[in-house]
Design a protein around this ligand. Structure first.
Ligand code: HEC
Ligand code: HEC
Ligand code: HEC
Ligand code: HEC
Length: 185
């Protein structure tokens, strides 16, 4: 009996550590490591490095400007972390239903806690991945939309940038394919 308990404890310990490992190094088999982490990206990073589109390749993104400067639509305040990391909040904020934290993500709560921030690509997959995509049924539509990485990022980045350009035409918020994506050779 004692051996059995020890054995169960050992297996449980191993399982916790293995899942912990898998979620902190969620590497896709194709390319571009998709990493859940506690470290906020510094400077300019590249998204869409593994783009399968024949014309449109990587996209530049600066996490520091977007999380520290006055990058909201009006240009008057910062964008809350949870506007992008929408599952890192304590309750459902329509249209979102899924939430995974007890305290909303901020730089302070990130430092105080042990939870990692999940990459968008941990949940929103490329179109032909064969994985089950998150879905939402939008107002006026009868069928749910599959929120692939393209849908999720475009709805996040482009919706804001289009609103910024409409309000402040001089702002440098790229809103066309060729100003966001590098054109493949
Ligand atoms: C505001 C910047 C922005 C604009 C504008 C934009 N995209 Fe994207 N696009 C992205 C980002 C970010 C991703 C997702 C990156 C990732 O998954 O790492 C993406 C992903 C994609 C993908 C999926 C690539 C793959 O295989 O994973 C396609 C296809 C795509 N965009 C096409 C377009 C087209 C066509 C246009 C113009 C009509 C456009 N994009 C405009 C930022 C943009
Ligand atoms: C833990 C899984 C998970 C992560 C991580 C995640 N999402 Fe989502 N996302 C979902 C689910 C599930 C939905 C569908 C709505 C719901 O259930 O909340 C969704 C919906 C969305 C929508 C549609 C909302 C709308 O108003 O049209 C956008 C945009 C989006 N996600 C962008 C992102 C971006 C950008 C990131 C990374 C910064 C991200 N998601 C990270 C699971 C996730
Ligand atoms: C404009 C959207 C946006 C805002 C605002 C934003 N992030 Fe991010 N964040 C991203 C994207 C996009 C990535 C990198 C792509 C990915 O891995 O999903 C990322 C990556 C991260 C990472 C690395 C782990 C990971 O998932 O790649 C951490 C940690 C993080 N963000 C924390 C924060 C915190 C804390 C705030 C608020 C102070 C914040 N973010 C604000 C979009 C945003
Ligand atoms: C809630 C609003 C908002 C969201 C979401 C957002 N941006 Fe932006 N972004 C801005 C604003 C505002 C600017 C322009 C600031 C200026 O010139 O005044 C900007 C500028 C940029 C620039 C120009 C360089 C820089 O950092 O200033 C790039 C590239 C960019 N965004 C990419 C992205 C990508 C990729 C995403 C999605 C992962 C994204 N943005 C999401 C508001 C947003």
């Amino acid at each position: 009996m004692k051996t059995l308990i020890v054995l169960i404890a050992f297996v449980a310990y191993g399982a916790i550590h293995l899942t912990g490992f898998a979620s902190s190094f969620n590497v896709s088999p194709v390319a571009a490591p998709i990493v859940d982490s506690k470290v906020q990206p510094k400077g300019e990073i590249k998204l869409a490095k593994d783009s399968k589109h024949e014309t449109w390749g990587e996209v530049a993104f600066n996490h520091e400007t977007h999380s520290l400067k006055n990058y909201n639509i009006e240009g008057t305040g910062v964008i809350a972390c949870i506007e992008c990391h929408h599952t890192d909040q304590p309750g459902p904020k329509p249209p979102y239903k899924t939430f995974e934290r007890k305290v909303a993500l901020t730089t302070a709560s990130l430092e105080a806690g042990s939870e990692v921030v999940k990459s968008c690509r941990t949940c929103h997959f490329q179109e032909d991945s064969g994985k089950k995509q998150p879905t939402l049924t939008y107002e006026g539509e009868s069928d749910p939309t599959e929120l692939t990485n393209t849908e999720a990022y475009h709805r996040n980045c482009n919706t804001c940038h289009e609103a910024v350009k409409a309000k402040r035409p001089a702002a440098n918020a790229p809103a066309t394919c060729d100003t966001c994506h590098v054109k493949k050779a």
